[in-house]
Design a protein around this ligand. Structure first.
Ligand SMILES: Nc1ncnc2c1ncn2[C@@H]1O[C@H](COP(=O)(O)OP(=O)(O)OP(=O)(O)O)[C@@H](O)[C@H]1O
Ligand SMILES: [Mg+2]
Length: 330
């Protein structure tokens, strides 16, 4: 098996007597997107800073790009790019000058530096703005410049700490496209985000950081299966059909069926019955058979799997029990 692009074991970090990381393990296969999710203050930025050599851990081992953090941080620094949570853009100079500064930091020869800068400005749609001071850029432009600067050295592993926070939907989608392009070119992306949809869209694997540990880790699909919240929705066009179905369900005593209170005036939502279900074929067939037998015909029958929001809230609630990742899933 090839070595993961990024791996950490037993990471610990405290500030004073406040424990932020209490034994974090993770592994990111090369060429994939890994998303670290967690509420504000969970320690996401702390993890990014440790993995990218900017901050020392109290304990644990880290390997990035085949190099050991303890013995060869310099090699790691040369292999990675980091876009911090807060912009590294210098507002007093132009976008182009910011880029050239990065090229110099990477010791690129003059000509090569100019080439790379021009190419990235083009790719990130910043050519027009290139000669203007970066302080005049919009939030989305600054964020694009930030990432363009990260890519100057051609890193194969990049860390993006909340790259889309504060961006409008169009800019966010633009950023997703950029990330997808990078990954299709073989780059490994370690991404933190506040947006569950973003992790769902981009990440091959997602980890939820809570209480100083990884509370759950896996594909979006796997995480969604961890929490209840899946259900089948039956919608009826006519109040009579709805009432008949509701009373049949009550009579059958289907457990945990969500029914609106009796006598409530049937509005849009009140003509809908929610039946908890794991969405498996077996459950669906049993329910459909039962509906047929009862002569209930819904106008709409939809299956809802829990979304990442359900997962996130379930896992990061006060007193939530960390889910132990199963070996087979790793
Ligand atoms: N230099 C520091 N000194 C003391 N405490 C710190 C320091 N840096 C971070 N912390 C604390 O560590 C905890 C984790 O912070 P961190 O920035 O890693 O969280 P985060 O998950 O990135 O949060 P956010 O979503 O708000 O960016 C927080 O409680 C924070 O107050
Ligand atoms: Mg942060």
């Amino acid at each position: 098996m090839t070595e993961p692009a990024i791996s950490a074991r037993g990471l610990r970090k405290s500030y004073g007597d406040k424990t932020v990381l209490d034994g974090v393990d993770l592994a990111v296969p090369a060429g994939t997107v890994f998303s670290l999710l967690g509420p504000n203050g969970a320690g996401k930025t702390t993890v990014v800073k440790i993995l990218s050599t900017l901050l020392g851990a109290d304990a644990g081992t880290v390997r990035v790009g085949g190099h050991d953090l303890a013995t060869d941080p310099q090699a790691i620094r040369a292999a990675i790019g980091v876009t911090g949570q807060f912009s590294a853009v210098d507002g007093l100079i132009t976008g182009e000058e910011n880029m050239q500064l990065m090229a110099d930091l990477h010791h690129l020869p003059r000509r090569k530096g100019r080439e790379v800068t021009a190419e990235l400005l083009e790719r990130f749609d910043l050519v027009e703005a290139a000669k203007k001071p970066a302080s005049t850029y919009s939030g989305g432009m600054k964020r694009r410049l930030d990432i363009a600067m990260t890519l100057v050295g051609g890193p194969r592993i990049i860390f993006l700490d909340e790259p889309t926070t504060g961006l409008d939907p169009r800019s966010r989608h633009g950023m997703w496209e950029i990330i997808r392009e990078l990954v299709s070119g073989g780059v490994t992306v370690f991404l933190t985000t506040q947006y569950l949809e973003e992790a769902d869209q981009l990440a091959h694997r997602i980890a939820v950081l809570h209480g100083g540990r990884i509370a759950a880790e896996g594909t979006a699909e796997k995480l969604k299966r961890l929490v209840p919240g899946g259900h089948i929705r039956l919608r009826f066009a006519h109040p009579q059909a709805y009432e008949a179905a509701a009373s049949a369900l009550r009579a059958a005593g289907l457990p945990r069926t969500r029914l609106p209170a009796r006598g409530s005036s049937p509005d849009e939502e009140a003509l809908t019955l929610r039946i908890p279900s794991d969405g498996t074929q077996r459950e669906l067939r049993a329910l459909l058979d039962w509906l047929d037998a009862e002569g209930i015909e819904a106008d709409e029958f939809t299956v809802h799997t829990p979304d990442l929001d359900d997962v996130f809230f379930a896992l990061t609630a006060e007193g939530a029990v960390p889910h132990q990742p199963e070996e087979a899933d790793r």
